[in-house]
Design a protein. Sequence first.
Length: 160
Amino acid sequence: MRFLADAMLGSVARKLRIFGFDTLYVPDTSDNEVLRLAAAQNRIILTADKELFKRIVKQGAYGVLVEGASDLDDMVHIFEKLGISMDLSKMGSRCTSCNGILVQKRPEEVGELVPPNVLARYKGFWQCTACHKVYWDGGHLGRIRIFAKNIEERLATSKG
């Protein structure tokens, strides 16, 4: 499943990427360009813009209208609407900045790209094949796992 998140959903786009979803984020793009890109790349449009959503429906494109109240609410709504379940095995496979693919790297391969204290403290590193940003298993990973658990719990309670 491939997504295109409009300007209002940058944080949701980053979280979808964290969970391994191919998510294009277009912050400075017109509604016409959003519609064109989504059609050309076969993407589901995610938006909190009611007028844009009306255009999506009118054109017969695929989209999900979210409330934008919180990332948790929006993610649960998207997953429910599209029948998606959480697949944590894909977590950490995409760059949160550019949507590129992450590949595992040895510490010596990223030594000049991360602070020395990080290099000394962590052994697992991943680098984006597109923008070359480097990631590691820091404290944020625990918060992301809690967020994923909250999504799973909300999805389970909504199913019955």
